[in-house]
Design a protein around this ligand. Structure first.
Ligand code: CP
Length: 318
């Protein structure tokens, strides 16, 4: 019997059965979303997006996902809220919960914020990215995209390159992709890899060229230029030359290898435009799949019984 998903705080908390379930639900939703149909599993329910950091893809896709499930969505903007007057995260969230929503989706710069809210609140909490810690729905949509494009994650060689040390996307992907049977290698400048990369249970190299010939999937991470106050890289140009994926380095890839990026892309830094927009790129598929995966997560935490019933009926009648 699969463990019930009460909240989604971290990919580390998910087991392989739960990951497989969520990806399977997302797959079942796909034809409905492609036809522009609604699956009313959140009818009468409200999801609040509590974002303390900027977002384009994650916040919008949670909104679209909620609406595709027939629910209502409300966006909270920290910059115009009473957080500016010193109200705490927990007080803010408790006051929002008092208005009667059914789920909180939270993005916050502090690692552990979703976990604190999951303990303090009486409704499901979904992590939309917390500091350097985790971004579990990003990793789920990445796994979905790999499955969709290459049929399976199991046995695939996945190279994640960039700022591994500070990347919540890398951390969540390592948890999920390993549980699905992938072998993972990370790459980046020594200053942007954790001091003991082996502790992540992955291989590592400092030169991308060493890893590219064996890769089935290459996942570029955004160089967080706004967090480079400690000068971990000499300059964006030098980063691009040594660790960016350009047309020349991409020639080392296997014929069917694919390229992912969580966005937003620094074009000409971690990815050249020709590579980002080229035939191997599945970046916009990732964005579409983000809606499916977030629908699966919201349905699983907000209406598990309704979802199970819908799946039992074959997912054909709504
Ligand atoms: N991938 C991702 O989290 O993008 P946003 O910051 O735009 O949500």
């Amino acid at each position: 019997m699969m463990r019930k998903l009460q909240h989604l705080v971290a990919a580390a908390d998910l087991d392989a059965a739960q990951i497989g379930y969520l990806l399977g639900v997302a797959r079942t939703f796909s034809p409905y979303v492609q036809r522009g149909e609604t699956i009313p599993l959140l009818q009468g329910k409200t999801v609040v997006n509590l974002f303390f950091e900027n977002s384009t893809r994650t916040r919008t896709s949670f909104e679209v996902a909620t609406r595709r499930l027939g629910g209502a969505t409300t966006n909270f903007a920290a910059s115009t809220s009473s957080v500016q007057k010193g109200e705490t995260l927990v007080d803010t969230a408790r006051n929002i919960v008092a208005m009667g929503p059914h789920c909180i989706v939270v993005r916050h710069a502090s690692a552990g914020s979703p976990s604190i809210l999951a303990r303090a609140l009486t409704i499901p909490v979904v992590n939309a990215g917390d500091g350097f810690h985790e971004h579990p729905t990003q990793a789920l949509l990445d796994a979905y995209t790999i499955q969709e494009t290459l049929k399976s994650v199991e046995g695939k060689r996945i190279v994640i390159f960039g700022d591994i040390a500070h990347s919540r996307v890398a951390r969540s992907n390592i948890h999920i992709l390993k549980k699905l049977g992938a072998s993972i290698a990370v790459c980046g400048p020594p200053t942007l890899l954790p001091p003991k990369p082996d502790a992540l249970g992955v291989d590592h190299a400092y030169r991308l060229e060493e890893l590219l010939p064996d890769a089935d999937v290459v996942m570029a991470l955004r160089v967080q230029l706004e967090r480079q106050n400690r000068m971990q890289i000499p300059s964006a140009n030098e980063y691009a030359r040594f660790w960016g994926l350009d047309r020349e380095k991409a020639k080392l890839l296997k014929k069917d290898a694919i390229i992912l990026h969580p966005g937003p892309i620094n074009r000409g830094v971690e990815l050249d435009t020709e590579v980002a927009d080229g035939p191997r790129s599945v970046i916009l598929h990732q964005v579409f799949n983000g809606v499916l995966v977030r629908m699966a997560v919201l349905a699983a935490v907000c209406n598990p019984e309704g979802l199970a019933e819908w799946l039992d009926r074959g997912g054909h009648r709504v």
